[in-house]
Ligand binder design. Structure first.
Ligand code: NDP
Length: 332
């Protein structure tokens, strides 16, 4: 299966090129706004063809799928062009800048009969899959609450558009809150109904928020507490799910690597929960490839990408207005 990489990005460089190759999905093209950058990326990663023209990739009949990891404001236009050319699309989060734009991408892919998936890698983590299985098996009873700790320190090489360019989709909410929103949906099977939030700048953001805390209410009445930041060097990450029959404590699991610990606490005591150490991105690519072949579904599809964005943007609106905001899912 031949792929086009749209965006010569850090995430492609650090994780996705290797993940594609591990699943026998060969990147044939890389597209970048800069010819020098495209060439350098292609040389570094031994990719056959580099271009600044998206059309070069889309007109290559051997290319079946594209992976979009440009800055956020470009995702919609690039995805719609790829879909119109009949390519399957694995797109980075957030899918787009608005819920309506993201929903438009989902409708376009459905009409064209191509797969649209969102690269929410955390769904593919062995730790998250193990937590979801504990919940599904009834080990903690009825869910009462979920706490998501995802305050990290943005490494220097990522302190570009994320911290100073609202037009490119910067800010911690489109960057990390979307992942937490997807995690909450993945683990609870529920779509938050309304949210309250406070956001601010704590040393890094320039014109965009770099820290946010929010509370979401699920239709069942369970509540989610989420904390995301770019400025917390020593906080560590994790999540807790509390239920009527037990609690799950997961530390170090909101990350790109297959690490961390999961502990189940019930009336019977504490139990360390084992989980698979597989690569998160490889599992996501493998699911995408199966979906293209018609033998499976993406780990997170386009609809999931719309919903995580809807929750994140509701959090931002709640933080800006101070109001409780109902989450609108764009009709999906
Ligand atoms: P980068 O800042 O590394 O890359 C984004 C774009 O910036 C590139 O596509 C490229 O533009 C341009 N760029 C980067 N480096 C250079 C350079 N040296 N010279 C010229 N242009 C350059 O972004 P990230 O990899 O951090 O993020 C990309 C996308 O992936 C975002 O949507 C982000 O939200 C998502 N992401 C997802 C993660 C996940 O785990 N699912 C993790 C990290 C990011 P051009 O498109 O023109 O090549």
């Amino acid at each position: 299966m031949h792929w086009g990489l749209i965006g010569a990005s850090t995430i492609a460089s650090e994780h996705m090129v290797a993940a594609l190759r591990a699943t026998k999905a060969a990147p044939r093209w890389v597209v970048s706004g800069s010819a020098d950058h495209a060439d350098a990326f292609a040389r570094t990663h031994r990719i056959e063809r580099a271009t600044t023209r998206l059309q070069d990739v889309l007109s290559d009949r051997d290319v079946q799928a594209v992976y979009i990891s440009s800055t956020n404001e470009k995702h919609r236009e690039q995805a719609l062009a790829a879909i119109a050319a009949g390519k399957h699309v694995l797109c980075e989060k957030p899918l787009a800048m608005t819920v309506a734009e993201a929903a438009e991408m989902v409708h376009a892919a459905a009409a064209a009969g191509v797969v649209l998936a969102t690269n929410h890698h955390l769904r593919n983590a062995g730790s998250h899959l193990a937590i979801r299985a504990l919940i599904a098996d009834g080990r903690i009873g009825k869910i009462l609450s979920l706490r998501l700790h995802h305050a990290v320190h943005l490494p220097p090489h990522l302190q570009g558009w994320r911290i100073n360019d609202a037009g490119a989709g910067g800010g911690v909410i489109p960057d990390i809150t979307v992942h937490d929103a997807d995690t909450a949906r993945f683990l609870t099977g529920e779509d938050p109904a309304h949210v309250v939030a406070q956001a601010g700048v704590s040393g890094m953001g320039q014109g965009v928020e770099d820290s946010v805390m929010s509370v979401w209410t699920l239709p069942s009445g369970a509540m989610v507490m989420a904390h995301e930041s770019f400025t917390h060097a020593f906080a560590g990450t994790g999540l807790e799910v509390h239920g009527t029959a037990g609690s799950i404590f997961a530390t170090g699991v909101m990350t790109q690597r297959p690490v961390g610990e999961v502990v189940l606490v019930t009336a019977a005591g504490r139990e360390a929960v084992p989980f698979s150490p597989h690569d998160l991105y490889q599992r996501g690519v493998a699911a995408f490839v199966n979906a293209v072949r018609g033998t499976g579904a993406p780990a997170a599809d386009g609809r999931d990408g719309v919903k995580s964005l809807a929750i994140a943007l509701a959090v931002r609106e709640a933080a800006v207005t101070g109001a409780r905001v109902n989450v609108g899912y764009g009709g999906l």
